[in-house]
Design a binder for this molecule. Structure first.
Ligand code: OOG
Ligand code: MG
Length: 260
């Protein structure tokens, strides 16, 4: 019924090629019947291709955890993706526009895990596995033409993961309330988006717990030392060469990037 192993691998290869050459492709669902289960298999097959190029898994991301994000892309279900070390940009670092199809950036929070986390867990239990929380910018870049996709398409495309930046201020959620932090994303010194961490699944910890719970359905778990992006608090904004984007989060300082 679903796709066979060879078909999964071939579709993963198409997405990997699109990402490496920054050349968008038509949605996979236009030419293949795509279940959500097969979409996650394609995502994992594409991560294996990255692993063969020595990209190391450093964490996971949740996506489509806020209403603003769901409305922007017309997909109304939370999804997850994989993060590798090659996707990381240092705070203040420069992103090459030419390496991307049509990059956008969104304001997030990141969790740094001190313990393995295996679902099912509640949001409060999930927070016990967190060493620290920091501000984060996520650069998303759909490998599909016109940044348009269905739920299984975006899942196969590793939830549009492209780059991420972590801010340098880290707070322990045991001592610092992350439920309703003001978040301001500026582009070239001008406010572009304003939001609150409360927009992330009503509480960012719910996003972390939902990720652990989704992974447990396929027998997987989060590991100590991993980074978890909780999902964009507002809609994402387009990136252009010359842009300087800065995210300010109450009590968590800033995270920034430039575009060349
Ligand atoms: C899908 C990825 C969504 C988020 O934080 O909501 C995401 C997309 O918008 O292309 O990363
Ligand atoms: Mg995101």
């Amino acid at each position: 019924m679903g796709l066979n192993h060879e078909e999964i691998r071939a579709l993963a290869q198409q997405l990997d090629d699109a990402a490496r050459h920054a050349r968008p492709i038509p949605m996979l669902s236009l030419s293949s019947p795509l279940s959500l289960k097969d979409a996650y298999l394609i995502q994992r097959a594409a991560i294996l291709l990255r692993a063969q190029r020595d990209e190391r898994l450093v964490g996971m991301k949740m996506g489509l955890t806020s209403r603003a994000k769901m409305q922007q892309v017309g997909v109304h279900s939370p999804i997850y993706g994989h993060l590798t070390h090659a996707m990381r940009l240092m705070d203040g670092g420069t992103l090459q526009r030419a390496d991307h199809c049509h990059p956008r950036v969104e304001p997030e929070l990141a969790f740094l895990l001190k313990r393995d986390l295996r679902g099912p867990v509640s949001p409060a239990e999930a927070l016990l596995a967190v060493e620290g929380v920091c501000a984060a910018l996520e650069v998303i870049d759909s490998r599909y033409q016109d940044f348009k996709f269905t739920l299984p398409d975006v899942v196969a495309d590793n939830a549009s993961s492209s780059r991420f930046v972590l801010g340098s201020v880290v707070q322990s959620p045991a001592a610092f309330d992350i439920s309703n932090l003001g978040m301001i994303m500026e582009r070239n010194g001008v406010t572009a988006e304003i939001g609150s961490s409360a927009a992330i699944f009503d509480h960012p910890a719910r996003s972390l717990a939902a990720l652990a719970n989704l992974l447990s359905e396929v027998g997987e778990s989060l590991k100590a030392g991993q980074i978890v992006l909780a999902g964009g608090a507002t809609a994402a904004i387009h990136l252009h060469p010359g842009d300087h984007v800065r995210l300010l989060v109450d009590g968590l300082g800033s995270a920034e990037l430039r575009v060349a």
